[in-house]
Design a protein around this ligand. Structure first.
Ligand code: SF4
Length: 484
């Protein structure tokens, strides 16, 4: 969601006439921090970064610094009290106001802090500057009606707001028209999508509707919630050819007592039941998850239950986290916070258990031919190894060789966004290698766009400015206006 919002911020600023700084620029005129309060030490890192920028700003009068995102929503005016050289603070509900706030701060030569308590315009309607030519994020809802005790999201993003299906599908079509092959539907809880307009099967219907969009080759989504997961979503995944057989479903804990303390209202049996149904409908499905170890009060027996579920679920990958307090969440003040060394030791055992399983699951793919959507930035060692990288349909990372059987290199012909079929020759716990000649290479419109250096831009629906008492905006240097 943070990346999705950053693309909106870039789009808004470009539409207001700003030009992206290049790395050789001495000093940008504007620096925007889009903060994420879910990450550990987000505040320390923000204030550290702001401290480093202070002397830069002192040397470059007129430079502006803006802070947005979840941490801004949480800390509000505190940010300018701690760092008075910050010019603008904006929250999660008013991203669209950024150009106006920058203008106002410049005009008044004073910091502007504007935080709204709820969303008035869906952020997806803002102009966007997409980073990828081949894949796009499409938000279907924002906010969350759950109250997980470790999570700050509901406090900072508010109650769930669902976007209308027609608007979502229009955005998906607009992306596909620009050459995008893959979309990821985004929501804090995609399974409760439709709660606002009274259709609990809306998400499954949305997946099926994505299946009717010509040129859309891959549909993914994140995140589902085991509490609200319904069988029709499994059927829609299995029966809609462009929906990928990959499911990232957060487990958080395998212990029912810990789930209760986390206020997550499913139990491990239900979680495993969903996985069983997904596997029955899609035997090739790759299931990934998030797990927190060391939640307050977690016992060794609770932790063992998490390991049991991990072994039974056979995840293809898992994001594992050591519990750490997030100020403002109920869990932060719970008794029975565990000592760091206990959490660390359990974490290491969890990682070892997860790796053993993900490695075994990956090894089952050796000898299989997979379809890879070629990506940018997925293979850190590609330059050295002469490989290229991308994601298989099930989401696995694949590094593949580009030499044909007669020794010709296809490296110059295969572009990010193209599709390559290749046969897996080696499996590691976190990736697959395909070191034989590619079986097939298909040039795509996304690849053409990457080659031409074009990234998709969705213009946004320009409805007016979300000014809340803002003065009139100075004329923008380019046609159009920035909105929220
Ligand atoms: S479902 Fe729980 S963890 Fe996820 S965003 Fe909502 S409150 Fe946070």
């Amino acid at each position: 969601m943070n990346v999705h919002d950053s693309e909106r911020i870039s789009g808004l600023l470009e539409q207001a006439g700003y030009v992206r700084a290049v790395p050789t620029d001495d000093t940008p005129d504007i620096v925007v921090f889009n903060t994420c309060a879910v990450r550990e030490n987000a505040d320390n890192r923000l204030y550290g970064n702001l401290g480093r920028l202070r002397p830069v700003k002192d040397k470059h009068p007129g430079m502006q610094i803006a802070v947005g995102g979840c941490l801004a929503q949480k800390d509000r005016g505190e940010i300018v009290r701690k760092a008075p050289w910050v010019d603008v603070v904006f929250g999660t509900h008013n991203i669209g106001a950024l150009p106006v706030l920058l203008e106002r701060a410049r005009h008044n030569a004073a910091a502007e802090v504007e935080i709204l308590e709820s969303l008035d315009v869906f952020p997806s309607t803002l102009p966007t500057r997409r980073e990828s030519t081949y894949a796009g994020w499409v938000s279907i809802s924002v906010g969350c009606n759950n109250t997980c005790t470790f999570c700050i999201v509901p406090a900072l993003r508010g109650k769930e707001k669902d976007r209308r299906p027609g608007d979502i599908l229009s955005e998906v079509r607009a992306l596909v028209d620009e050459g995008v092959l893959e979309v990821t539907l985004l929501g804090q809880n995609v399974n409760s999508y439709g709660v606002e307009f009274g259709d609990r099967y809306a998400f499954g219907k949305l997946l099926r509707a994505c299946g009717d969009i010509d040129g859309l080759e891959r549909v993914r989504f994140t995140s589902p919630h085991p509490k609200d997961f319904t069988d029709d979503v499994i059927a829609a995944m299995a029966e809609t050819p462009n929906v990928c057989h990959s499911l990232h479903m957060p487990l958080q804990s395998g212990s029912d007592d810990v789930l209760r303390a986390m206020r997550r209202s499913y139990r491990s049996e239900r979680y495993l039941g969903i996985i069983e149904k997904v596997r029955a409908a899609m035997p090739d499905a790759a299931i990934t998850t998030d797990i927190i170890v060391g939640f307050p009060g977690e016992t060794e027996a609770d932790f063992q239950r998490t390991l049991d579920v991990v072994r039974e679920a056979r995840f293809s990958s898992a994001f594992t986290f050591q519990y750490s307090k997030r100020p403002g969440t109920p869990a932060a003040t719970m008794d029975d916070q565990l000592p760091k060394q206990v959490v660390q030791e359990r974490y290491e055992r969890l990682v070892a258990c997860v790796e053993e399983i993900t490695w075994a699951e990956n090894k089952r793919l050796v000898g299989e031919t997979v379809e890879v959507l070629v990506a940018v930035g997925e293979g850190r060692k590609d330059e050295r190894t002469g490989r290229m990288s991308g994601r298989a349909r099930d989401g696995r990372l694949v590094h593949f060789a580009t030499e044909t059987a007669d020794g010709e290199s296809l490296a110059g012909q295969i572009r990010p966004g193209d599709i390559v079929h290749t046969t897996i020759t080696y499996a590691a716990p976190h990736h697959l290698n395909a070191d034989g000649a590619p079986v097939a290479h298909r040039r795509t419109r996304a690849g053409d766009a990457a080659e031409a250096g074009r990234s998709p831009r969705t213009p946004g629906v320009l409805l007016g400015l979300p000014t809340i008492g803002a003065p009139p905006v100075a004329p923008a240097p380019v046609a159009g206006c920035a909105t929220h």
